[in-house]
Write a protein that binds this ligand. Structure first.
Ligand code: SAM
Ligand code: SF4
Ligand code: F3S
Length: 472
């Protein structure tokens, strides 16, 4: 049911992704599989780098591996169930290949440590998101027959000095982590428990990573954090504080040819300074992911989101005022504790007002240990949750069509990402507003990584269809 909900799953939340990444001459092979949000995918690239420095090569299938690492997600129960099933499959491989080591990384490691290791004996290694530097030592311990465990959370670790190995990259777009952890305590959310306190990576290492990407021919970076707007770094040399808006401007200034995106913005923290910075730089993409979660102020209060419906809507107005061509996307949860039909109707009407171009939509999944699990009863029947979710999905369908209709006849600058999935005579790429666009190749020699101007002429549910009108 849940997969029904995601109309356009850009961050691939809760979805498995295999990383066939380049072979190196190495004695041991690692197979890495990632689940969850973009931050987990970015972390897997850090892990690949840490292991490569210790001589580990990488392979594209678990059968070839000496070590299988699963980077896990705990955000909803379904994500955890999927991963458990996968771990059981890997156990079967281990029976046939006794020396094979299996490890879990990421948010489930943090949440379920002892259980997975001792009670269920599913894995040999359990390594939390802040302990990846200890992986080589833990692997050695596990090779020696002990269990390798480190789930200590840190207040400082940002992996700022680790140069990620890009996994499954098209050589055009890359994630760059700018913060880790989260200090918000949204009552439904497990992230503050699995990822720990928020910390910001130093600006020089972020800009250095961006420059390395530029030199390698990359054209788009997405600055990542659970709450990017709370980025806050104090430069020890000047004793000046760097805000997210300043970091954004510095990143965009590295090259006008580099597109800059960011995710995720918390509505309480996104500032006018950020909006004006977006307006000032044409290469900062005009797309804001602004998760609302619910349209009812009463539910928002129970969720501990720290804003009301009205406050959120005034933020939407502000974005429209400063950035008239900006797309706005969101996350919504149906069926949170005590949600009434009237609360649900408020979510639908808020969606309508906000005119979201795309949404990630879920039904509430109680997570052990969260504030909501401790304080409230998960009292909305599953059938009701699913029905409300479907209504939200249907509403997004209407809004997406409305948004696509508005785009007809407009010309968008598109960064070509590669062949379209369905037809190798067509390109796929995205507009600044993060809409996927598909259009026929021409004989003018355009290629992936080029910017072209595309006229939108038609659309499917999640894609604009058009034609190149001229190179940028
Ligand atoms: N930090 C981001 C924010 O505050 O908007 C999002 C973080 S979370 C990884 C992504 C989305 O998962 C959330 O925005 C929320 O909609 C959804 N989510 C989190 N916990 C959930 C739960 N217990 N049940 C259902 N959906 C949940
Ligand atoms: Fe979770 Fe809220 Fe933090 Fe987002 S801001 S990661 S929803 S606690
Ligand atoms: Fe999942 Fe952890 Fe991300 S719970 S959504 S992988 S921060």
């Amino acid at each position: 049911m849940e997969s029904l909900a995601a109309i356009h799953d850009e961050t691939r939340q809760g979805e498995a992704f295999l990383h066939p990444f380049p072979q190196r001459s190495a004695q041991k092979q690692v197979y890495l599989e990632s689940y969850g949000c973009a931050m987990n995918f970015a972390d897997s690239e850090v892990v690949a780098s840490i292991l490569a420095n210790k001589g580990f090569g990488t392979c594209g299938t678990p059968e070839l591996a000496d070590l299988i690492l699963v980077n896990t997600c705990s955000i909803r129960e379904k994500a955890e169930l999927t991963i458990r099933k996968r771990l059981t499959e890997f156990r079967k491989l281990k029976r046939a290949k006794p020396g094979l080591l299996i490890g879990i990384l990421g948010c489930m490691a943090e949440r379920l440590k002892a259980q997975l290791l001792t009670e269920e004996k599913l894995v040999d290694l359990v390594v939390g998101p802040d302990a990846y530097r200890s992986l080589p030592d833990l692997i050695e311990e596990a090779e020696g027959g002990q269990k390798g465990v480190n789930v200590l959370l840190s207040r400082e670790e940002t992996y700022g000095d680790v140069s990620p190995i890009r996994l499954n990259s098209n050589g055009i777009m890359a994630f760059v982590s700018i913060t880790r952890g989260c200090n918000n305590m949204c009552s439904f959310c497990v992230v503050p428990f699995t990822r720990g306190r928020e910390r910001s990576r130093d600006m020089p290492s972020i800009l250095q990573e961006v420059r390395v990407l530029l030199d390698a021919g990359y054209k788009e970076v997405t600055l990542l954090g659970q709450n990017v707007d709370s980025y806050y770094w104090n430069d020890p040399e000047t004793n000046q504080t760097v805000t997210f808006a300043q970091l954004l401007a510095a990143t965009a200034s590295t090259s006008p040819q580099l597109r800059v995106r960011f995710s995720t913005s918390h509505p309480k923290d996104i500032t006018d300074e950020v909006l004006h910075t977006m307006a000032r730089f044409p290469n900062i993409c005009k797309c804001i992911h602004l998760p609302v979660q619910s349209g009812s102020s009463r539910i928002l209060q129970l969720m501990n989101r720290t804003y009301t419906r009205e406050w959120y809507l005034s933020k939407i107005d502000r974005i429209r005022e400063i950035l008239p061509d900006c797309s706005i996307t969101t996350d919504l949860i149906a069926g949170f504790c005590t949600e009434t039909d009237a609360d649900h109707a408020e979510s639908l009407s808020l969606m309508d007002y906000s005119g979201y171009d795309m949404s990630y939509m879920y039904f509430y999944s109680e997570r052990p240990g969260t504030l909501a699990a401790r304080r409230y009863t998960d009292d909305i029947p599953l059938e009701t949750k699913k029905k409300r979710l479907q209504e939200i999905v249907d509403m997004q369908g209407v809004l997406s069509t409305r948004s696509n209709e508005k785009d007809m006849g407009k010309i968008f600058e598109v960064l070509i990402e590669g062949n379209s999935k369905k037809n190798d005579q067509e390109w796929t790429g995205r507009s600044s507003q993060n809409k996927s666009m598909v259009f026929p190749k021409t004989n003018r020699g355009e290629k992936p990584g080029d910017y072209v101007q595309v006229l939108a002429e038609d659309y499917t549910r999640a894609t604009l269809l058009g034609k190149i009108v001229y190179p940028a």
